[in-house]
Write a protein that binds this ligand. Structure first.
Ligand code: ZN
Ligand code: ZN
Ligand code: FE
Length: 734
């Protein structure tokens, strides 16, 4: 990877040990010739791995003896022609050294919001092209002053070849709302913080896009932001000044702290503390809060000046992609923000904040974007020809692969409109150049109506590989863990196109990277109104009740205040006749149905909301479970829930019993499939497994049954991993 200070590190190491020779980039990575005493060279080789700079990751060191040439001194030599296209690093949070300078009144970069060095700062978001060199970044327009240039050119300086290197004399500046360019004295960031303290909503330009911010404890400001943003229920992310401030908001174990403080600085979802000083409108009805730490110098200054936790949510209206171009952001966010905190370093690649949580002591990425992209992923079965995989539709990403490496693109959002499609196309073109991949094989979902499928089919002169959606989920998890053998997969999500043309989503598969067979599935029911059923969970309650009870299934008491008898009758007829009601085995929709039956939510404002709220209310102290057989026919389960609700059992208890039933049946179904296939490895994946209770309880049962479990860590279990899974399948099939 370039721009992470590896060559200067080698240079310094050589100088320390008095080794002579050179270091340069070549087509295999970094090549070093080192000459010195045998012990010294051994030590040198060892330190290459153990002391590498924080952003570099040394995958392998291969050493071989060559003839002594009697060189003196050690140089950083020019890269070999045909060296790999610059492997661009991910954006990294401000390092400790830079932070110390940022708050040191005697430093020339005191309070400079764009301080960075070889170990930190923007990378992926500012790279326009290759090679990774200042003219090909959005820093091209800033000519370094003499002092910055001297740092940049000095191999012993911690800013040697730091492409975004800058200072207040020569670099980008922050300013408020367009009219003034202030620096020193009451600076722009200080002014912004004062406005926030006074209750304003600010649009703030960051690393990968614009955020909207206000004080998290200010109920009036948060309410205003929510109504202006038309974001009815989705939780807002928070930025806390430091670990101590984050600890006053959420419960943080060691694993959460490690995630929170990692250079990627994701939003970490963790259990909200009862006395967290946060307006309730930040995350209505949620058990968790999403918290991150400052990751750019501008954020550090802003949080220090504001003196309290801020809401920092993506700068967009409702479900649009996050704004990142200045003109577009000004136009779109003007109606929402009272003022703008801007800067003049352009953002080339839009990236949202990454989102992660800890489950069973392991990190789980829910959205892979800023700070994590474009780090490469391994392909256990490398591809003979370069591959492009186009992903699915929701939480869309793409993936490019060459040899045994895959690059998964940043989270693009739901690929359902012209703007996200443009981001998708631009992203693919950008990655093709950055990583020098000219796809000869293009993998895609089987769904004929996905925009990603149309894009794949329109690529000229390539070999197309269709990959079944749930097989891609399974393959993504196997590939991430480097597993090439067969496994059982319980793949639960909202919807994926099945090989029989129906909507799958509650699948027990047996497969490997090449192929997968369906070994079981949730009993099929109707999806009344198609996609509308995902937004109106009560429709799925109707569908499951009609499936279980037949035509006499009436409107349950828990839904009477939200759904009219006539609507219920009309949907029941769709279910009976199958008109506008395709078949589905979707587990996500079963969770919706149960949430609606419990009266938790009849109408959802975003995908998965009902299931998230159902999980949040579960009374985990209740140890009982409903009966659900390993053949996953959930009709008796739905009737048992109805009976429980009729005798006044609380939704919290019903939720817990339902989660336990699905967990137990899933583990048993996996065990049965595993024993039939003669294997002991199980994968749990699909968006439904973002449910912490379900994942934890299923894992406990699998463990008790003596099965080994694999769960994704670096990529999401949701559709954000589909593209990578497709690439792994396409590579394996060749
Ligand atoms: Zn730094
Ligand atoms: Zn300068
Ligand atoms: Fe899926």
């Amino acid at each position: 990877m370039q721009g992470v200070g590896f060559r200067p590190f080698v240079h310094r190491l050589a100088a320390d040990l008095a080794v002579s020779g050179f270091v340069r980039n070549d087509s295999r990575g970094v090549e070093i010739e080192a000459e010195g005493g045998a012990d010294i060279i051994d030590r040198f080789v060892e330190l290459l791995s153990t002391d590498a700079p924080s952003l570099a990751s040394v995958e392998m060191v291969r050493a071989a003896d060559i003839a002594v040439c009697g060189t003196s001194g050690f140089t950083i030599a020019a890269s070999v022609a045909g060296a790999p296209a610059a492997l661009v690093a991910q954006d990294a949070a401000t390092c400790e050294d830079c932070l110390a300078e940022l708050f040191d009144p005697d430093d020339r970069r005191f309070r400079y919001p764009f301080i960075n060095c070889t170990n930190c700062g923007p990378r992926f978001t500012i790279v326009r092209g290759v090679p990774y060199d200042r003219p090909f970044t959005t820093m091209a327009g800033f000519a370094m002053c003499g002092t910055c240039r001297a740092e940049y050119d000095d191999p012993d300086d911690r800013r040697f070849h730091a492409q975004p290197n800058a200072c207040p004399e020569c670099g980008p500046l922050a300013r408020m709302s367009g009219e003034r360019r202030l620096f020193g004295g009451p600076d722009a960031v200080g002014e912004a913080a004062a406005l926030l303290r006074a209750g304003a909503i600010l649009a703030i330009k960051g690393i990968g896009g614009y955020h909207l911010a206000c004080r998290a404890a200010d109920a009036e400001a948060v309410g205003r932001l929510r109504s202006r943003k038309h974001r009815e229920d989705k939780p807002f992310a928070l930025m806390a000044l430091d670990v101590a401030a984050a600890r006053r908001l959420v419960a943080l174990g060691d694993e959460e702290l490690a995630l929170l403080s990692s250079p990627a600085r994701p939003v970490v979802l963790a259990e909200r503390l009862a006395d967290a000083d946060v307006a309730s409108a930040v995350a209505p009805d949620a058990r968790e809060l999403g918290v991150m730490l400052p990751y750019s110098p501008l954020h550090h200054l802003l949080l220090a000046d504001a003196g309290s936790t801020l809401v920092l949510t993506s700068g967009n209206v409702s479900d649009e992609p996050i704004a990142y171009r200045d003109d577009d952001a000004l136009a779109r966010l003007q109606p929402i923000a009272d003022a703008f905190l801007l800067h003049d370093r352009p953002i080339h690649m839009r990236t949202d904040d990454s989102v992660a949580r800890v489950v069973r002591g392991r990190p789980m990425v829910l959205r892979r974007s800023r700070g994590l992209v474009p780090a490469s992923m391994p392909l256990p079965l490398g591809c003979a020809a370069p591959v492009l995989a186009c992903g699915a539709e929701l939480k869309s990403t793409f993936c490019l692969a060459k040899g045994s490496r895959a690059w998964v693109g940043h989270h693009i959002g739901d690929l359902q409109n012209a703007e996200t499609l443009e981001s998708f196309r631009d992203g693919i073109t950008h990655f093709e150049r950055l990583f020098d991949v000219a796809p000869e094989v293009v993998a895609h979902d089987l769904h004929p109506d996905y925009l990603s499928t149309s894009y794949a089919l329109a690529r000229q002169g390539v070999e197309l590989v269709g990959v079944q959606h749930h097989h891609a989920h399974l393959a993504a998890c196997l590939a991430e863990h480097g597993v090439t053998e067969l496994a059982v997969g319980a793949i639960y999500d909202g919807a994926g196109y099945g090989t029989d043309g129906t909507v799958w989503g509650g699948e027990i598969l047996v497969g490997d990277l090449r192929s997968a067979e369906r070994a079981g599935h949730l009993a099929p029911v109707r999806l009344p109104g198609g996609d509308r059923a995902a937004r109106e969970p009560w429709r799925m309650a109707c569908s499951w009740l009609v499936a279980a009870q037949g035509a006499e299934a009436g409107l349950p008491a828990t839904l009477r205040s939200q759904v009219s008898g006539d609507s219920w009758e009309a949907v029941a007829r769709l279910v009976e006749t199958g008109f506008a009601a395709p078949e589905t085995t979707s587990m996500g929709r079963l969770f919706d149905a149960v949430a609606a039956l419990c009266g938790v939510r009849a109408f959802a404002t975003y995908e998965g909301q009902a299931a998230i709220e159902l999980e949040a209310i579960a009374d985990t102290a209740d140890r009982a479970s409903y009966d659900l057989s390993p053949d996953l026919d959930a009709r008796p389960l739905v009737l048992a829930i109805l009976a429980d609700l009729r005798v006044g059992t609380s939704a919290a208890i019903v939720s817990a019993r339902f989660h336990r039933a699905v967990a137990r049946a899933t583990a048993e179904a996996c065990a049965a499939a595993a024993s039939r296939a003669g294997l002991d490895l199980v994968v749990l994946s699909g968006g439904v497994f973002q449910n912490r209770l379900l994942l934890t309880w299923t894992a406990e049962r699998l463990d008790a049954l003596g099965l080994k479990l694999l769960v994704a860590e670096r990529l999401p279990v949701n559709d954000g991993a589909i593209a990578y899974g497709q690439a792994a399948v396409a590579a394996a099939r060749r």
